[in-house]
Design a protein around this ligand. Structure first.
Ligand SMILES: Nc1ncnc2c1ncn2[C@@H]1O[C@H](COP(=O)(O)OP(=O)(O)OP(=O)(O)O)[C@@H](O)[C@H]1O
Ligand SMILES: [Mg+2]
Length: 279
């Protein structure tokens, strides 16, 4: 569990986030008055079954919902950026302030790293473009190698010269995390970053994210279905069901004293390897 002093240093405070999609045939109330806080340096797990609203919630934070959908979003998401006296409400601030947060505040890592990368360009070219886009003043080639080394890639030169298809899924996800770090974010939203990876690679990627929290004082929102992963890696957790947060608290609290049947059901899905082995 995080010490109280750390929890008081809030980075993001989401309050009453409400998202509705209005389609021709039906409307979906995808997030219903969602509220949670993220502290600096906190590893926060957002869990819930498929369709419960986890991705919609995380994409809303930087107004990344698709333009083609008729979406209405309300509530607030106060972001306490580096060196800012006042927080920015990400849901209502002007576009230029939002762009600043997108460029150097909040980064995303998605489920499919190969899809997130451009198949036609070597990693080094993609990194160079990204760093130029971000306006970095650091020497680009050296900084590209630094970012890959940061995500524990030893042979950075080879990886920079490689196309995504020449790398394993785990390696591509490390590269995607390096891209996310390029903007020196304070918060990384990782939406099921390890779902497509085998369990050993999954653990190395999650270990990496946890180490980055410590090394760079990052906060992480980890979206996952896997309560075992949450128990092992996260400080705190929010449980979503049908667009609502039905429970939140420290991992210790929620795992030892779940307050809802829904959370208990999710906890029951965590494999109990030891007890199964003895039966
Ligand atoms: N662009 C959209 N237009 C209409 N409805 C949408 C759109 N995106 C998401 N939804 C709906 O919003 C609800 C929440 O979707 P969301 O993608 O957030 O679920 P999720 O919890 O991330 O699920 P999963 O674990 O499968 O990724 C679902 O009912 C989904 O169908
Ligand atoms: Mg999702």
């Amino acid at each position: 569990m995080l010490p109280c002093t750390k929890l008081m240093d809030t980075l993001l405070s989401v309050d009453g986030l409400d998202v509705r999609f209005r389609g021709h045939r039906r409307s979906v109330h995808a997030a219903k008055s969602v509220s949670f806080d993220i502290a600096r340096g906190e590893f926060f797990g957002l869990v819930g079954e498929s369709g419960s609203g986890k991705s919609v919630t995380s994409l809303s934070l930087t107004r990344l919902l698709p333009f083609d959908a008729e979406v209405s979003v309300s509530g607030s998401a106060l972001y306490h950026g580096r060196g800012k006296v006042r927080p920015v409400d990400l849901l209502s601030c002007p576009e230029d302030e939002l762009m600043q947060v997108r460029r150097s505040g909040i980064s995303y890592v998605f489920q499919d790293p190969v899809e997130a990368l451009n198949p036609y360009l070597p990693i080094g070219d993609q990194m160079r473009r990204l760093l130029r886009h971000l306006g970095t003043e650091k020497p680009i080639d050296r900084h590209s190698r630094y970012l890959l080394e940061r995500v524990r890639i030893d042979d950075a030169r080879r990886v920079l010269a490689s196309y995504p298809r020449e790398l394993s899924g785990g390696m591509c996800q490390r590269v995607a995390i390096a891209f996310a770090l390029a903007s020196e974010p304070q918060l990384i939203v990782a939406d099921e970053p390890t779902t497509d990876l085998d369990v050993i690679v999954r653990n190395t990627v999650l270990d990496l994210l946890r180490d980055l929290v410590g090394e760079l004082s990052l906060s992480i929102i980890l979206i996952t279905h896997d309560m075992g992963v949450v128990r092992h890696y996260c400080d705190s957790i929010a449980v979503m069901n049908r667009g609502e947060i039905v429970e939140r608290g420290s991992v210790m609290q929620v795992f030892t004293q779940p307050q809802t049947d829904y959370t208990r059901m999710l906890l029951d899905s965590v494999p109990r390897i030891r007890s199964e082995a003895t039966t």
